[in-house]
Write a protein that binds this ligand. Sequence first.
Ligand code: FES
Ligand SMILES: [Fe+2]
Length: 433
Amino acid sequence: MRNGQTDEIAKLVEPGRVHRRVYADPDVFELEMERIFGRAWLFVGHTSQVPNPGDYITTDLGRHPVIMCRHRDGSVQVLLNRCSHRGPKVLNERKGHAARFVCCYHGWSFDTDGRLVAVPVPEGCGEGFNKDALGLRRAARVGEYRGFVFASLAASGSSFEDHIGPMKGSIDDLVDRAPDGELALDVGMHRYIYNGNWKLQVENVLDSYHVPFGHASTVNKDGVQFARREGDQKGAAVIETKKQQTSSSWKDRKSYIVGNGHGWTSNTTLDDGKRSSAAFDEYKRVLSEKVGAARAAEVLTPRLHNSLIYPNMSIMGLNIHVRVIRPLAVDRTEVTIYPVRLLGAPESMNFGNIRLLNVTHSASSFVQTDDLESFIRAQKGLRSSLTDWVDISRGLGHEEPDRELNATRGLATHEMVVRAQYKAWLGYMREAA
Ligand code: FES
Ligand SMILES: [Fe+2]
């Protein structure tokens, strides 16, 4: 695909359909790693994961292993996790704490801002050896909004503000739910890998069409009964809520797009009476005390309910969590689900939210496993080259402007958000370096 690849890529996306190669062709995947995950603003982590100087997490941005850490001056750094001597990953753990990052191979040590601070047996270094030039490389650009840290590995391209601007409301909606106005992703995670392309999960987070079918065993009566039999009242409550959502209001819900591949689905009140419990009522009381009753009512009806911050992060409003999508290969993807701890909310409510996620989005849950099965089956079907095209045409031509939200609107059971993702995808993929 190297020669004339831009022209070739353009042929893979048509109005209302995409070619199967976008999911199944390893060459397309390699180009995605270069042109999307090597350039775009990607979610890296949340500042609450590195509260103190020396705290770090490690992850990968596309093909590039990175460290997100807290430096002594309080700044959050995103550094390439690759020793500048002979190349090994300097930090091997998913998270930890260290005053210095020391390479396992020859002991070079780096400060938490990436500077090379010590080289064992320095007398062996040549005359031109310049420690200042051999620090860990920094991500070209780093941006943060209310604790959410994003990085771009490209020095040029759209600014953080231009990229994230339209989706700040989604982050606000989530963070404002915390009575103290702050949240933390510090209560563990669910993490799993499925044998399918990364875009299958990205497309799915705003796909309302699949819910009654893909999750039939969850949203029908038997699913509810199963949860009750298991004695998990919390799980039963969620599933009951899902059942309601997928009845009358399901076909009327709206989706919104704002460019850059981002989107969200319309609000569902979090205060519909079905959630009432001692913990939730106490939460409402604390929230009202902090922000006033009128604002508390607004906060409990978030406008940007489930959202996608393209290409690698989603905020889910009901079973409250932040989801990160990491492509591993053309047919292999890692998903991380971070439960959200709302600071200032009763601990019993935060604990209840974590328990809910065990029921809905763990590797052995009711809901997410349904989707993973769909992704795996999709990937298997898309291996076949006897039929080239994947249909994403639902609602094509029925999009309408929403002037109040400065967005484009469509029914949530339509595929407008998927088409918007491919528009952004093509924008990245057509642009040679
Ligand atoms: S490879 Fe890292 S210190 Fe030598
Ligand atoms: Fe789903």
